[in-house]
Design a protein around this ligand. Structure first.
Ligand code: UDP
Ligand code: MG
Length: 319
């Protein structure tokens, strides 16, 4: 039967952890009783270098039974890396893993629906928010603007999906092939492929405590998202270079006409022509270098080039 692992990254979450543990174990017990998951399913708390009592609480939970496990990171590495460490850890110790934040903003009831979808044969099930009513005006609009920007840049992300998702063990193994350091899981997971679907839920306000994503971290995260998935900003330089070269040609005629009309002061013609020409030449050169840097960037990430879904092959040809 399906062993389900629930992975919860925690950073200074002492105020919510007991309640989160209770709600998660309730839902696990319910699914176990309904025979939907195995009795050895569990919750893994990843302590991301918390400075409060988070790790002590995880220890207490671990000693209280055999539902809760803990992974203690040596220092704070941020939500994405903390989550990845947990997913790597469980990838060979479960059939499916669900990642969820510690603050109970995501609806734990949806876990049942996710498990059902997994049994229907889906490898990845995204938790998608129905609305953003629980977010501040600022967070709502910056987030929506960000999704739009990502789409314009050609990055495949799931609209209104945070990191609440179910992944089968084979998709977790595929995920471990992405070795990049600048992590933006929401962009990587859609690259894995396999059969995916969405489940919808209303996102609540934080149960207790405050957001561990201040504005600075949010901006870094957004920048990581763009620069890890798109080399279009580099290509933009080349396009700007060509546009200014076109301007250069147009202004060349204008400058020459002004020259022959004699309506200009001496020296202006040569300065203007060389200014435009050299300017666009420099931008084009930067753009060409950018193109190569973009290629190098994609190469060094060594992302897998394909991912096999299934094979039909009979070994009767003595290969
Ligand atoms: N988190 C983490 N490391 C960090 C920051 C956050 O593990 O450096 C965890 C945090 O404990 C929570 C999840 O990531 O479980 C999401 O953080 P938060 O709820 O503060 O973000 P928000 O919902 O405000 O975007
Ligand atoms: Mg939150």
């Amino acid at each position: 039967m399906t062993v389900l692992a629930i992975v919860v990254p925690c950073y200074n979450e002492e105020e919510v952890l007991q309640e989160t543990a209770k709600r998660l174990s309730d839902i696990l017990n319910k699914l176990i009783i309904e025979n939907k998951i195995s009795g050895s399913s569990y919750v893994l708390f990843v302590n991301d270098g918390s400075k409060d009592r988070t790790w002590n609480i995880i220890n207490e939970l671990y000693n209280s039974g055999n539902v809760f496990y803990g992974l203690n990171l040596s220092h704070n590495v941020g939500h994405q890396k903390a989550l990845l460490s947990g997913l790597h850890f469980v990838s060979d110790k479960c059939d499916a893993a669900i990642s969820i934040d510690a603050d109970l903003q995501d609806d734990v009831k949806v876990i049942e629906e996710m498990t059902d979808k997994f049994h229907e044969g889906y490898d990845i099930v995204y938790g998608v928010r129905k609305s953003r009513d629980s977010d501040s005006f600022f967070k709502k609009h910056t987030a929506l603007g960000f999704y739009k920007l990502m789409k314009t840049l050609g990055v495949k992300t799931i609209y209104n999906h945070a990191d609440f998702r179910l992944m089968s063990s084979r998709s977790l193994q595929a995920l471990s092939e992405y070795k990049e350091r600048n992590l933006f899981l929401r962009g990587i997971v859609p690259l894995i492929g396999y059969k995916t679907t969405n489940v919808y839920y209303a996102r609540e306000a934080r149960f207790a405590g405050e957001s561990k994503y201040p504005f600075r971290k949010m901006m870094n995260f957004a920048l990581d998202g763009v620069t890890s998935f798109s080399i279009k900003p580099l290509r933009l330089i080349l396009i700007i270079g060509f546009i200014s070269m076109a301007f250069c040609i147009i202004s060349f005629f204008y400058i020459m006409i002004s020259y022959f009309r004699g309506t200009i002061i001496q020296g202006w013609t040569s300065i203007m022509i060389s200014l435009w020409f050299l300017g666009s030449l420099i931008i084009i050169s930067l753009g060409i270098i950018g193109e190569y840097i973009g290629k190098i960037y994609t190469e060094v990430k060594e992302r897998p080039r394909y991912n096999i879904e299934s094979v039909l092959f009979r070994n009767n040809k003595n290969i």
